[in-house]
Design a protein around this ligand. Sequence first.
Ligand code: GLC
Length: 717
Amino acid sequence: MNSTLSPDKRASLVEAQMTLDEKLRMLHGLYAVPANFKGNVPPNVPPQQAVGSAGFVYGVPRLGIPPLQESDASIGVADPVSGVTGGPVRGTAGYSTALPSGLNTAATFNPSVAYDGGAMIGTEAHEEGFNVLLAGGADLARDPRNGRNFEYAGEDPWLAGVIVAGAVRGIQDQHVISTLKHYAINDQEVGRNTLSSNIDWAAAHESDLFAFEMGVRLGHPGSIMCAYNRVNEVYACSNQLLLTDILKGQWGFPGWVMSDWGAVHSTYDAAAGLDQESGDYFDAPTIWFSGPRLKAFLNEGRIAQSRVDDMVFRILRSMFAVGLFDDPPVITPINATADALISQHDAEQGAVLLKNANRQLPLNSSIKSIAIIGGHADVGVLEGGGSSEVWPVGGPAVTPHNFGFPHPIIYDPSSPMKAIEQQAPGATVLFDDGKDPRSAAKLAASSDVAIVFVTQWLAESIDAKNLHLPNMQDTLISAVAAANRHTIVVLETGDPVVMPWLSQVSAVLEAWYPGSGGGAAIGNLLFGMVNPSGHLPITFPTGVQQLPRPKEPGLSDPNGYFDVNYDIEGAAVGYKWFDKNNLTPLFPFGFGLSYTTFAYSHLHASNSNDHVTVEFDVRNTGKVAGWAVPQVYLGFPEGVGEAPRRLVGFQKVALMPGQTQHVSLSVEQRLLGMFDDTTGNRHWYVTPGQYQVVLGESSRDFKLNTTVTLTSANIAP
Ligand code: GLC
């Protein structure tokens, strides 16, 4: 308990005191809620001391080692099986604050917003008795239909890595261990337990693995969760190259690898680098890392004692590093009001204004009549489904009915309509549920403006069937737009969608899943109390024909052992694919409008000792305050790079009207290079030559450009 010693020293001191049985009991975790969905094994009854939610790992009271109390996930303290019990499994303590979706937080292009959100959910976790939050979703959006993109941070590995690292740091500063997950290349939900993500390892290092590498190097997560899928035909949790050579070898990751729930396939996975089996009920009746099995492996020399000691050491080290010994959770009522404001700020910063014809927005508070249509906008805003879903403070705004995983469909009780009424106290604000387009059109025809809220519910274990809004919502929007030329569409989607009605409406705001403060955020954005500043972290295609895989793999045999060939695009994910193939998307990566305008000047790029610095000035040339999100893209010389350009820097800059700010960005060295996967000599290398440096407000809207000369360089992996 000597906190002046290093985590490594403290871990080795306490491990030296542990018996073999005490060590082995830390290497598999229990599912921490009652469950009985496996006919061939007894029901899961968690131990009395388990707080509840995703996982519990016994500690060693004799030595002061606390148990691990594990909750999901990136959006907040979740109740993965609220569906089973119809409500929080932890009683009133189960009500928590929902952050907006990960795509929203990525769209803020603001790591400090990600940090603040992480700090908030980490605080709530700590107050609810948890010391591990299974957050940090960092899988890349290779497919805009992936049902879990809402838990992640988009298609660019640098943006995703920086944003998720911010969230991880926020969580861990509350003495709650965060994970990074799902490692790696778990980029679609169809067939997630059996598919193989196939990709050249060099391309993997330049894309999906880069997001995790930056997450590790910048976020220092206590744990990494290996994924369900196979990578190049070997299960992620059995994959020595992934878990030991790359993660622990190349990146020097000092923490531990936990499995996803039901993602272990053998006790030999320990030899590959897996350190802990999670949620062993999912693997029952075979508990791969049970004491008896591990003991047998030790006795038969099939696993070395040193490996077992390393597995335990890694867990203890992370526990000391994050403060689980020194600052254990203390059950405390959460500060729901303050926490909802943090979530609201995230939503305000991440909503993306996609269209604003004739300055339709912001609305004027003197407006006389407003039609609010669809999306349960009278009472709340949509959440995504599955293990990440939060049972919100105040309870769901819409009574859930279907409880089968990954349901229920939860609406957070933050009403856009109430917020709009507060912004326009003199207006007549009427609601139509949007079920009958004719009725909605009739209300729209008699209103000054019509605001149509449309939803796309996505969830873990499913993918979007296509890129269309479901439930005939396209028809609803067209009917309303035909009745009122001042029609505003607010999207509450988990993924990009196509917009056949785009030319018929006057404004479009992508609000993602906006979380526990989402209604208030939408009200502030529509009336200009807050200037929209979100920028797309994911490309909006015009249709699936623009994708590397127009037809999602595995649909015909979702439980089959099929391959997903990511070598089609390799590291050219998202906008890089569009640039490489000269495709014009509906809305490009990095796109986002503002109620003001910005001008850029004095762009300069310099390279001293292979460290590139990019500088420029940005000025608010409009009449209202706002945030600029200048983005710096590196343009490769002919024949170099995975695509014409790569995001290498960005900054969110708050500017008053007329204000100018100087920005100086230093570029992460690995972003200048490509990866050489030669066995035994893996490294990053920079090809010498003249590179373009372009400054833009999206991946397709460049304001200035210059050049920088790079010399050849090798960077240790
Ligand atoms: C789930 C998810 C993972 C979650 C875990 C515990 O299946 O894949 O993200 O943390 O199991 O609920």
